[in-house]
Unconditional design. Structure first.
Length: 101
């Protein structure tokens, strides 16, 4: 099961490296995803939680809805701008937010 989290982390690191250099992203316009060795998905730049179940957590950002799917998912931490998702992460989906973007 750890392989799923590692595979997702590898894909995200690859996407970030394709996008260019690392930079500080403004929270009001962007979001940043990080999966550390502890298997926790950290989201910087979130604006709210749209859906919260053990199989799916959907987080809104300024421009996208980020849906995390998997098993035994839960929010390890949450604040006005940051969230940490723990559990067995199987996929990440990005969709346009319903109200613009």
């Amino acid at each position: 099961m750890q392989n799923h989290t590692s595979a997702v982390g590898s894909r995200i690191r690859r996407l970030i490296s394709i996008g260019g250099r690392e930079a500080d992203l403004p929270v009001t316009d962007s979001f940043l995803l990080e999966i550390a060795d502890d298997g926790v998905l950290r989201i910087t730049g979130c604006r709210g939680i749209e859906l919260y179940t053990p199989e799916q957590i959907t987080v809104s950002t300024d421009r996208f809805l980020l849906t995390v799917r998997g098993e035994n998912l839960y929010l390890k931490s949450y604040s006005e701008t940051d969230a940490s998702v723990n559990g067995t992460i199987e996929s990440l989906d990005f969709g346009r937010e319903r109200h613009g973007g």
